[in-house]
Design a protein around this ligand. Structure first.
Ligand SMILES: Nc1nc2c(ncn2[C@@H]2O[C@H](COP(=O)(O)OP(=O)(O)OP(=O)(O)O)[C@@H](O)[C@H]2O)c(=O)[nH]1
Ligand SMILES: [Mg+2]
Ligand SMILES: [Zn+2]
Length: 371
């Protein structure tokens, strides 16, 4: 329990491992007959909750549901919620409040309409899982994992208040030279962000590097695992949990993932001094939500785009126009850097695509959530 909490109050069953002690600020007032739990799994209209006293299924209080305007008002995996101790309807406890988030990973859902999909709340770290070159003759930049736009994940993490790390999994499938080469390619690819983004080499098969990943998910910290299908997110979660908590399936014959994981799920790892992982379904690309994430100001210490594309942000200060789009404008310092070979073309094209995809129509927010 946080400092300043009433010592005579019943112990709040938000356990250290689930991250309750990491929450900043004073402990919230919990009404009598209620306690706090963390959302482990989200179903349509129901939530699997975990806390010290075990597991429960919760449903959103009707008043909270009616007041909800956008997807940000609904609980998501990783959220801390206030819930009734007693089950009321259909043996479900009632969720009466969603506590303020310390971070939020949010993507723009696929489809013609811009709509935010909350991926995980209160994650301290976003681990972007990828894989090294599967064969020695494949160029390192065209590997299964690195083909996706890794900077987009970093933008979502930085902008949502989570620390990104890159996890290069399946290093047992390549030589140590190939692994080193892939790490170098990744570092170059990340430009100025490379200094702020650790790269971990792991194998869920032989256990290499798992201590480093496990160390990130200790002392109540939450690590969300994201990345394309088949890179081994669920295998890493199971390995660190020491049990088959989430399903894993073989790759299809062409070496692609099968989208085995179909739901986001909190996976406690490492015992009482440990933390939690969030296993997520494979995503070929993650378009960060470009609108307001409704986080407290302290959670958004950096703008995601600036943090993920620092060298472009620096160059842009020398463009002639303050609102330069870095495409065909005269005296554009960014396109000039590309022409001079100082900024990789792919880095700028990834950036421009991202800026276009993150655009949010003005009308968002005035519509009701589609549930
Ligand atoms: N050689 C090797 N195989 C691995 C490793 N990690 C996972 N695999 C295998 O890769 C396949 C896919 O693993 P998953 O853990 O299901 O991958 P995922 O990222 O969770 O995939 P989705 O749930 O579809 O997003 C399985 O056959 C695993 O056994 C690893 O470190 N080395
Ligand atoms: Mg999986
Ligand atoms: Zn410019």
């Amino acid at each position: 329990m946080s400092e300043g909490a009433d010592p005579s109050a019943p112990p709040i069953p938000g356990v250290a491992q689930l991250g309750w002690l990491r929450r900043p600020g004073p402990a919230p007032q919990i009404p009598p007959g209620h306690s706090v739990s963390r959302v482990a799994v989200e179903h349509r209209g129901a939530y699997e909750l975990v806390d010290d006293s075990g597991e429960a299924t919760g449903a959103l209080d009707a008043g909270v549901r009616h007041a909800a305007q956008t997807p940000f008002d609904y609980p998501t995996v990783g959220d801390w919620v206030v819930r009734s101790l007693e089950a009321r309807h259909n043996r479900r406890v009632v969720i009466t409040d969603v506590l303020e988030r310390t971070s939020l990973l949010c993507r723009r859902a696929a489809g013609p309409r811009a709509w935010p999909q909350l991926v995980a709340a209160n994650a301290d770290v976003l681990a972007v899982v990828t894989t090294p070159a599967p064969t020695s003759d494949a160029p390192a930049s065209e590997t299964a994992g690195i083909g996706h736009r890794i900077e987009w994940y970093l933008t979502a993490a930085f902008g949502g208040g989570a620390q990104p790390v890159i996890v290069l999994n399946k290093v047992d499938t390549v030589s140590s030279d190939e692994c080193d080469k892939t790490v170098d390619v990744l570092r170059q690819r990340l430009g100025a962000a490379a200094a702020d983004v650790p790269i971990l080499a792991t194998s869920a098969l032989d256990g290499r590097g798992l201590d480093r990943l496990g160390a990130l998910a200790s002392d109540g910290a939450t690590v969300a695992l994201s990345g394309p299908s088949g890179v081994g997110k669920s295998s890493l979660a199971n390995r660190l949990a020491g049990a088959e908590v989430v399903p894993v399936a073989p790759l299809s014959p062409d070496g692609r993932g099968r989208h085995t994981t179909v739901r986001r799920q909190l996976v406690p790892v490492g015992g009482p001094r440990g933390g939690t992982l969030v296993d997520t379904p494979g995503l070929q690309d993650l378009i960060p939500w470009g609108g307001d994430l409704q986080l407290p100001p302290a959670a958004r210490t950096v703008d995601g785009l600036v943090a993920a594309f620092g060298e472009i942000a620096t160059l842009a200060q020398s463009c002639r126009f303050a609102d330069c789009a870095h495409t065909a404008e005269p005296d554009c310092a960014v396109t000039a850097a590309v022409a001079a070979g100082e900024l990789p073309t792919e880095r700028l094209s990834t950036y421009l695509e991202l800026v276009a995809d993150m655009e949010i129509p003005e009308t968002f927010g005035s519509e009701r959530a589609p549930r």
